[in-house]
Design a protein around this ligand. Structure first.
Ligand SMILES: [Zn+2]
Length: 323
C-alpha cells in the first residue's frame, strides 16, 4: 500500500461526500426528486467502491461493509485465479474502483501487470501479503515462494478479515462503527466455523486423513486440521502434472489404501479421473469422493457461494468420503 494513494483516497472520499451533500441540497431546493444521471457509475451514490478479485475476498469485504459500500467480485464460481486474465469489463471496474483487493502471493499470476499498473494511481491491497510471514507456508517445491491459498485455514482467514476491517475503518470515517461491528460478527462466525471444522475432522479415523486433490490448494487446510495433503499438480495450476507425478500419486494411493480422491470445482477433473483409473488397475479401489471448492466458491445465491458455506461443504464432502 502506498501512503500517497491512501491520502489521496481519503481526500477524494471526503470531497465526494461534500459533493453528494451539495448536489442533494440543490435537488431539494429545486424541488427535483428525479435522478437523471443515467450513468453506470455506482460511486455516484457516494459509497466507497471496492473491487475484489476472488469470491472469498469479495465475501469478506461484503460481510464487513454490508450496504455501506459497494463490493464487486471479478471471479465467479468455477474460475481458476491462477489462469484468470482481466476482461475488458474487469478493466473498467478496476479503473473505477476506490479500492482494489486481491489475494497476492502470486495467486492472480496473470493479473500481476494490470494490478501493478493500477497500484501506481490507486489503493491496491494484497490481503494475503499483509499476514505475518511466519504464518505462511513456503513449500520447497514452490522454489522459495509462499503458498497463496491462505483461506483454507479459517483462523488465518480471520486474520485477513481483521486486517481488512482495520483498513476499511481507516478509509471510511463515516462508517467506522458499522464496519467494526460487522467485522466482529464476521470474525466470530469464523471462530465458530474453525471449531466446527476441527470437530468434524476428529470424527474421521486418523489413518484415513489423507487428502488427494487435483492441485496443491489444501496445504493450509492440512496444516491447520491435521490432514496429510497431496496435490497432483503443484501450488499453481499453470504447469501440468507429468507422468512421473501421476505414477508417484498412484503408488501413494495404493500403498496408503486411500479410499477417496477429490476433484476441484475450478479445475478440469480429467487428471484426477486418470489417477482413479490407474489405481483401480492396480487392484486397489479408490473413488472420487466429490468435488471440492478450492480456489473459487460456489454459485451466487447458493450456500456454497459464501466463504462459510464453501468451507462447510468441503468439510462435509471430505469427512463423508474418508470416514
Ligand atoms: Zn490454487
Amino acid at each position: 500500500m502506498n501512503a500517497n494513494n491512501l491520502d489521496n483516497l481519503k481526500r477524494r472520499f471526503l470531497m465526494k461526500g461534500i459533493l453528494v451533500f451539495v448536489v442533494g441540497i440543490t435537488l431539494i431546493v429545486m424541488g427535483c426528486s428525479d435522478r437523471k444521471d443515467g450513468s453506470d457509475q455506482p460511486s455516484s451514490d457516494g459509497r466507497l467502491r471496492i473491487v475484489a478479485t476472488t469470491g472469498m475476498i469479495a465475501d469478506a469485504a461484503r460481510n464487513i461493509v454490508g450496504e455501506h459500500a459497494e463490493v464487486v467480485g471479478l471471479m465467479g464460481a468455477g474460475v481458476d485465479p491462477h489462469l484468470y486474465k482481466a476482461t475488458q469489463n474487469d478493466l473498467k471496474l478496476l479503473s473505477e474502483a476506490d479500492i482494489i483487493l486481491y489475494n497476492g502471493l502470486h495467486l492472480e499470476g496473470k493479473m500481476a501487470d494490470v494490478l501493478g499498473k493500477l497500484a501506481a494511481r490507486k489503493l491496491v491491497i494484497a490481503l494475503a501479503e499483509g499476514l505475518d510471514t511466519t504464518l505462511l507456508r513456503r513449500p520447497p517445491e514452490f522454489e522459495g515462494a509462499y503458498d497463496p491459498h491462505v483461506w483454507f485455514d479459517v483462523d488465518l482467514w480471520k486474520r485477513v478479515a481483521q486486517n481488512l476491517t482495520d483498513t476499511l475503518t481507516a478509509l471510511d470515517a463515516e462508517n467506522v462503527e458499522v464496519y467494526r461491528s460487522n467485522g466482529g460478527i464476521y470474525t466470530a462466525s469464523l471462530d465458530a466455523l474453525d471449531e466446527w471444522v476441527i470437530q468434524q475432522i476428529s470424527t474421521t479415523p486418523e489413518k484415513s486423513r489423507v487428502l488427494v486433490t487435483a492441485h496443491d490448494a489444501f496445504g493450509y487446510f492440512g496444516g491447520a486440521y491435521g490432514i496429510e495433503v497431496r496435490g497432483l499438480q503443484g501450488i499453481s495450476t499453470v504447469s501440468e502434472a507429468g507422468l512421473a507425478d501421476r505414477a508417484a500419486m498412484i503408488d501413494l494411493i495404493v500403498e496408503r489404501k486411500v479410499k477417496a480422491v477429490f476433484i476441484e470445482s475450478s479445475i478440469n477433473p480429467k487428471a484426477i479421473e486418470a489417477i482413479v483409473e490407474g489405481v483401480n488397475g492396480r487392484g486397489h479401489s479408490v473413488s472420487i469422493g466429490g468435488e471440492l471448492f478450492s480456489d473459487a466458491m460456489g454459485e451466487d445465491g447458493t450456500p456454497e457461494g459464501t466463504y462459510v458455506g464453501m468451507v462447510r461443504a468441503n468439510v462435509n464432502t471430505i469427512v463423508e468420503a474418508l470416514r
